[in-house]
Design a binder for this molecule. Structure first.
Ligand SMILES: C[S@@+](CC[C@H](N)C(=O)[O-])C[C@H]1O[C@@H](n2cnc3c(N)ncnc32)[C@H](O)[C@@H]1O
Length: 239
């Protein structure tokens, strides 16, 4: 009997039409689908996509990826989930794991993939790329991400707020993700660098409560939740 395949399916950033045909086909065909949840519960679109396309008899399993600080506990959790998936694949069953945007950009599934490959280096795997949130945010604001020879830097500020100044110094376009409670600090930094007018803010792109702001000064003193599921795009030079 042959082994099953592990599919990692990117479902796009939230607009139900920004999902690939291949993702839809595999969601329809795969008998067991893992849906990640987190305490931020910003992943509603991921669950909705599975709900919309999975067959009625599909075995849908939610898997909680605690964002707690205990690294060892998190790793243990991924290893246990990986062991369950490996056992399923060895029975010949195909298994899918869904991911917001593109699976290989700051996604939980990267940790799971690592745990799976440790347990089974030749794991039969297929990754279905998804439209990344930054691409949708750029499209919504007609913001050119890369032009000419300008570099593009993607910064996950949740842990690297201090790196933002270095990225500004390097120039080109900045894609600032995982903003959350750092929104005010980012706005202040952009003001200090006279970049506030060259930045756009997009939160919850493609979702019912989408929020686009071309004048970031208006976000001063906003509710801390405004920065959740948001991206800031910045041109560090006048183009
Ligand atoms: C864990 S990362 C996942 C990124 C995802 N894999 C991708 O390719 O876009 C979550 C971050 O992606 C960004 N993001 C995801 N979906 C978004 C959306 N619909 N609108 C704006 N930003 C989004 C936010 O910066 C959020 O903090």
């Amino acid at each position: 009997m042959s082994n099953g395949t592990f599919y990692v399916i990117g479902v796009g950033p939230g607009d139900p039409e920004l999902i690939t045909l291949k993702a839809v086909r595999l969601l329809r065909e795969t008998p067991c689908i893992y849906v990640p949840t987190s305490r931020l519960s910003t992943q509603t679109w991921v669950a909705d996509a599975v709900q919309t396309y999975a067959k009625a008899e599909a075995d849908i399993r939610t898997v909680s990826f605690s964002l707690g600080a205990d690294r060892q506990a998190r790793q243990e959790h991924w290893h246990q989930t990986a062991a369950t998936i490996v056992a399923q694949l060895r029975t010949g069953e195909d298994v899918a794991f869904v991911s917001l945007g593109d699976p290989l950009l700051y996604s939980t599934c990267i940790y799971l993939l690592r745990a799976l490959q440790e347990q089974w280096p030749q794991l039969p795997i297929e990754i279905i790329p998804g439209i990344s949130a930054y691409a949708h945010c750029a499209a919504l604001t007609t913001f050119a991400i890369g032009e000419g020879e300008q570099p593009v830097t993607i910064i996950p500020t949740v842990t690297a707020i201090h790196d933002l100044q270095s990225a500004i110094n390097r120039g080109g376009t900045l894609v600032v993700m995982k903003i959350g409670r750092h929104l005010q600090a980012i706005i202040d930094l952009l003001e200090d660098n006279s970049l506030i007018e060259q930045a756009v803010f997009v939160a919850r792109a493609g979702l019912p409560n989408q929020h686009i702001e071309a004048d970031l000064r208006r976000l001063h003193n906003s509710d801390p939740k405004v920065g959740n599921l948001a991206i800031i795009l910045v041109h560090t030079e006048n183009l």
